[in-house]
Design a binder for this molecule. Sequence first.
Ligand code: ADP
Length: 460
Amino acid sequence: MIHRLQFRLLLAFILVILVVTGTILVFVVRNTGSELQQFDRRAEQNRATGLGFLLTRYYALIGSWEGIQLLVEQIGVSEEEHIVVTDADGILVANSRGSSLGKQYHTTAEGTPLFTPRFLPRGGTPLAPPQGKKIGTLYINPESKPTLTRHLAETINRFLLWGGLIAVVIALLLTFVLSRRILAPVRALTATARKLGEGDLSQRVQSQDKGELGELAQTFNAMASELERSEKLRRNLVADTAHEIRTPLSNIRGYLEAILDGVVSPDEATISSLNEEVALLSRLVEDLQELALAEAKELKLVIQPEDISAIINQSVVSMQGQAASKDITLKAELPERLPLCAIDAGRIGQVLRNLLTNAVTHTTSGGAVTITATPSGNQVEVSVTDTGDGIPAEELANIFERFYRVDRSRSRRTGGSGLGLTIARRLVEAHGGRITAESQPGKGSRFTFAVPVTATLITS
Ligand code: ADP
């Protein structure tokens, strides 16, 4: 539960909400408190001035503080204030609570004050007619009655507290709903990944999201497609391989059964046929192994600066016998100098031998096979051109596919596994190059591949 993303999101949101509402509460409570205190202070001062004015008028009318106690008592009760009035000498002449009359009144350390005013000066408000002598002092304390502002402050605080609580609850509900929505694509992804893991590779995630989660879903789908594609390739490879192996095997079996039945005699010709079938099988197995390595990108290429002219000449020499036996002119036409190439000499030699074997195989006697090499940008382009039977345009696109043969029966006779060009393409691609074929049926074909020159090896 603690590790669930939704729970963590919820926790994070709660924290943010609490911090925000807490901060607002503290600010509002503090600021309204001080504002309302200001208001209280001003109200008390106004009250003191007003009452002072009334008392001064009374004194002016009566000529003394005679009878003031009654008035002060009444005002004190009706206004819920504690009011104290002294004469000019500080003798208490009125106290709304009735006690200590006639005594010296102290508000300072010299005596015990009846009260300490909250906001008004401790020394009280002096009472004096305009431009006249001081006639006394007024002390008011509204402490006993809860002021309007205090009531207001309490109400505001209560509202804020409830408002904050309601906001927290609403925010929590919203977070819960939203986090469910946010996490829905993640759940979908998990469910799809699980099904993929169980082997159903056709599963894809549906996502309308345009943000990061959408991107994740897209990448995930691309990965699933790639998985499905390679799984299909693997199945095809197994099926194709079984198919390819079946023919030579059934041939061998047919021969052996015929020998056992005494239909065919185990003479040299029969054994030679059997040997051919076995050779075909072992070549197929070797090619398959090579292709499997190349497709898994596990070929260990020893790439170093190589003189491609030397590799070409070497392959021409090794094929010369085969070409001569068919009365085919095999030659290399190379420029005087070619840049060093960043290649694995053994592998590129293999590609060349492959192309040359194909060219010689598909060229009738009296024909020619020529190898040329030309620098092109930071690559060297090598072409193998023959004057053979060519490849029909509609087949050209397929000849690099695994086990693809233009003429199945003929190719089998010549011992081709249908993997030669596939391997050649993988080898060239492993060097960062490309291989292409062009052909004119009846006139001949040209296979061209490009390999990088050394400078690219250094800079790349
Ligand atoms: P294989 O081992 O059968 O030669 P490849 O992969 O080398 O298989 O070639 C695939 C097919 O492409 C061959 O069966 C052949 O029909 C055709 N092909 C390859 N090279 C040539 C060529 N130089 N001229 C005509 N056809 C060719």
